[in-house]
Design a protein around this ligand. Sequence first.
Ligand SMILES: *[C@@H]1O[C@H](CO)[C@@H](O)[C@H](O)[C@H]1NC(C)=O
Ligand SMILES: *[C@@H]1O[C@H](CO)[C@@H](O)[C@H](O)[C@H]1NC(C)=O
Ligand SMILES: *[C@@H]1O[C@H](CO)[C@@H](O)[C@H](O)[C@H]1NC(C)=O
Ligand SMILES: *[C@@H]1O[C@H](CO)[C@@H](O)[C@H](O)[C@H]1NC(C)=O
Ligand SMILES: *[C@@H]1O[C@H](CO)[C@@H](O)[C@H](O)[C@H]1NC(C)=O
Length: 260
Amino acid sequence: MAGVVLFTLYLYTLTQYALAAETNCSRIFHSAVISNGKLYIDGGEMHTRWPNETITTKPIDDLETIDLTKSWVNSDTDLYTYIPKPLANNTAIYLDEGAAWSDGDNLFFYGGYVSGVNGPSVPPLGTWKYNIASNEWTHNGFSGAALVRLCQGGAVQSSSKAYYLGGSLNPGGNPSFAGTAGADVYMDPGLITLDMDKQEWTNASTADMNEWGTIGDGYTSLLESAGEEGAIVAFGGYKYSVGQTLSYLAYRQNETIHRV
Ligand SMILES: *[C@@H]1O[C@H](CO)[C@@H](O)[C@H](O)[C@H]1NC(C)=O
Ligand SMILES: *[C@@H]1O[C@H](CO)[C@@H](O)[C@H](O)[C@H]1NC(C)=O
Ligand SMILES: *[C@@H]1O[C@H](CO)[C@@H](O)[C@H](O)[C@H]1NC(C)=O
Ligand SMILES: *[C@@H]1O[C@H](CO)[C@@H](O)[C@H](O)[C@H]1NC(C)=O
Ligand SMILES: *[C@@H]1O[C@H](CO)[C@@H](O)[C@H](O)[C@H]1NC(C)=O
């Protein structure tokens, strides 16, 4: 019996290898949001293993979905639906470590930086909106726009408000200083909010956020039952004092001083 199971497994594995010339093994730096039973995955980089055992890295320039209303396993060959993006003239863009939210009809994308592995050129600042039903992208019609493009901040939402807490300012996300000699990565303390109905940003950052009021790559959640509009809680991730450069220290996994 065990032999039959093993043999079946062996055949299954062989078939998998024969069917897929390549295997996507891991994806990093993407953003994700659930809307009406679908998981949308945007941006980031895919690591792909080829039959010759080499692993390549590539930024992902389409929008990918998984239908959460059916049961699935991650080896299903039809697990993902790939939605191509109109990339000409930055009609749609793709970045690493951005944020995604949904109001039920549209997806909203803010933040990020261009991939260092054959990424695109740094797109203009903006908020991108994808209308799910019409499959259309736009970045027009937003007011009170963010002054800078942040990355690694905490993104949470209620049904109509999208929140972005802290994060860092990376030259690779900001056309005005991308490529400038000496331009570094800084923490940006504060909270910005997008009203998804009005398509209007507000910036609630105040001068009294202390020098350690920063967070990057942490866990953020919205407790909607607390108070009138809920309370944002955040923990984990890393922090640096305001004004101190990061110089990509965050890439050094052995660096523990700034973890919280
Ligand atoms: C791997 O990911 C890329 C980019 O999303 C996709 O085009 C390709 O079909 C995937 N390959 C497999 C075997 O799933
Ligand atoms: C392995 O295969 C990939 C995909 O065909 C190719 O891009 C890469 O150059 C190959 N690497 C080597 C070392 O042959
Ligand atoms: C991109 O913009 C140029 C200049 O405005 C225009 O001629 C071209 O048709 C646009 N391309 C697309 C695909 O929208
Ligand atoms: C929010 O305002 C503060 C203070 O003016 C500024 O430092 C910060 O960069 C602004 N945030 C964004 C995302 O524009
Ligand atoms: C962490 O790694 C860096 C780069 O590999 C090395 O230079 C540094 O000495 C290491 N630090 C510690 C505390 O191990």
